[in-house]
Ligand binder design. Structure first.
Ligand SMILES: Cc1cc2nc3c(=O)[nH]c(=O)nc-3n(C[C@H](O)[C@H](O)[C@H](O)COP(=O)(O)OP(=O)(O)OC[C@H]3O[C@@H](n4cnc5c(N)ncnc54)[C@H](O)[C@@H]3O)c2cc1C
Length: 437
């Protein structure tokens, strides 16, 4: 069950209705935390604050009724997962007692400490957490746009875009060329494009064996490169063509033509794609800029607790934040969310504050039952006068690992996905206490 606007209005004392009316003392005393965005960052903060102190009013604002994860969406494209298995409702969070409001935050008034929603409601907060993920920078590629993405999907925000890319692969003729445009750093999920290349190539190998996949990459190097290059050569030798930007050729995609399927690089090479998967540059979800938290494309945060450097009583977690060496990943977003939740609880109650511990692991599927991983722990500090997250105890899969080790890593990854999404969407919370009245 999700929390509709009428229930929300009755239960949370929206400004609209409560103005001028005396409120019960307990309602006045309850601290209000509002979280914008119900992905790994936002859902973690909501869950952990409500679990730590049920007296805190926690409101999660998220337009989607169900969350489709980008993580593991490449496995759907490769044919290893169903769409249903990567889509999760917010029912568990509602059962936990979190007010889940399915709407879009349009305005953040940081002076008045209220959020305006697209359907007209206003929500007050004591502490605000921005977890809006990314927006696509459509204008970073000539003739790419929201409309063009319906023909040349990015599928870098999961949901209808993911389904569209899969449909295009299913319906293309055998012998057609698939072209992927891969952006420069920083972007969501550094190894994600190369896992996607493996999954598309696996699909082509098994379903359209005369087809090819061309990668145009705006970078010279990429995450887990030796492992991916080994997989490209071992499993997808005559399928994948990799074009990394180098001193002679700049393979950054600068122009597309959705009417013909043409994809053009900076150095002037044009390929006509049967399916074009265009992944442009990205920036923090728009509401973060609206709230005044961005510097350039991303939000500056204090590394020890992910509070905004720019706006008081506001935190930013997940992909929208500049987390220095910490990559934009679901694992990282949840790790940051844990620190933010504990900081807010300490701030609003008199519970002790514990220093933040950050961690990340990213798995990538290369071929059936063959996955690689990369990860590290991070310590908050300052470098060159700026907030910094310093990596240590890092690890990465190596080229030449045994099939057995890769199978173990694959199984570890599958187990992570299940337990991570179970926790994130509070699937174990029974329909008992904490339910919205
Ligand atoms: C192909 C691919 C594969 C990936 N694989 C992995 C992986 O294996 N492991 C891993 O850890 N990570 C992976 N990632 C990265 C991971 O998906 C992201 O890093 C993660 O989702 C970021 O979480 P977030 O909470 O910051 O943002 P999101 O997950 O994007 O959630 C943000 C939410 O905010 C909502 N929102 C935005 N604006 C508003 C607003 N104004 N009002 C209300 N709500 C709003 C959105 O609807 C969205 O649901 C992958 C990404 C891709 C694209």
């Amino acid at each position: 069950m999700s929390f509709n606007r009428r229930q929300f209005t009755a239960g949370a004392g929206l400004i609209v209705l409560s103005a001028g009316l005396p409120r019960p003392a307990i309602a006045q005393a309850a601290a209000k935390v509002v979280i914008i965005g119900g992905g790994p960052g936002g859902a973690t903060v909501a869950n952990q604050i409500k679990s730590a102190d049920p007296a805190i009013e926690v409101t999660l604002i998220e337009p989607k009724e169900a969350f489709t994860s980008c993580f593991y969406s490449n496995l759907f494209i490769g044919g290893f997962r169903s769409f249903a298995s990567i889509t999760h409702t917010y029912d568990g969070l509602v059962r936990r007692g979190i007010r889940v409001v399915h709407d879009t935050a349009t305005v953040v008034d940081t002076a008045g400490k209220t959020i305006s929603l697209s359907k007209g409601a206003k929500v007050p907060y004591d502490r605000l957490v921005l977890a809006p993920g990314i927006d696509i920078k459509y204008d970073s590629i000539q003739r790419y746009s929201k409309e063009a993405a319906e023909i040349m999907p990015h599928a870098w925000q999961a949901g209808p875009q993911t389904v569209l890319l899969k449909e295009k692969l299913l319906t293309m003729s055998d012998g057609g060329v698939v072209v992927m445009a891969i952006p420069g750093n920083p972007y969501r999920c550094p190894p994600g494009p190369y896992e996607r290349a493996c999954m598309i190539a696996h699909f082509l190998k098994t379903r359209k064996p005369k087809s090819k996949l061309i990668l145009f990459d705006a970078k010279t190097t990429f995450s887990k490169q030796p492992v991916f290059e080994e997989a490209f050569a071992e499993y997808y030798k005559d399928i994948i063509e990799v074009n990394l930007t180098n001193e002679i050729d700049d393979y950054a995609v600068v122009k597309v033509d959705p009417s013909t399927g043409d994809v053009t690089t900076k150095s002037g090479r044009t390929e006509r794609a049967a399916v074009a998967n265009i992944i442009p540059a990205q920036k923090a979800g728009g509401i973060a800029a609206m709230a005044g938290c961005t510097e350039g494309d991303w939000c500056v945060i204090n590394a020890e607790n992910f509070s905004s450097v720019k706006v008081k009583d506001v935190y930013v977690v997940g992909d929208a934040a500049i987390a220095s060496d910490m990559p934009k990943s679901a694992y990282a977003a949840a790790s940051q969310g844990t620190v933010v939740a504990s900081d807010i609880v300490a701030d609003l109650t008199s519970k002790p504050r514990t220093p933040g511990k950050y961690r990340n692991t990213c798995w990538s599927m290369l071929a059936p039952e063959n996955s690689a991983k990369i990860g590290a722990d991070y310590t908050a500090g300052i470098k060159d006068g700026k907030p910094h997250l310093d990596p240590h105890d890092s690890f990465v899969s190596k080229a030449g690992e045994s099939a057995e080790l890769r199978r173990e890593t694959y199984n570890e990854s599958a187990a992570w996905y299940e337990s991570f999404t179970n926790t994130l969407f509070a699937k174990d919370v029974q329909a008992t206490a904490g339910k919205v009245q």
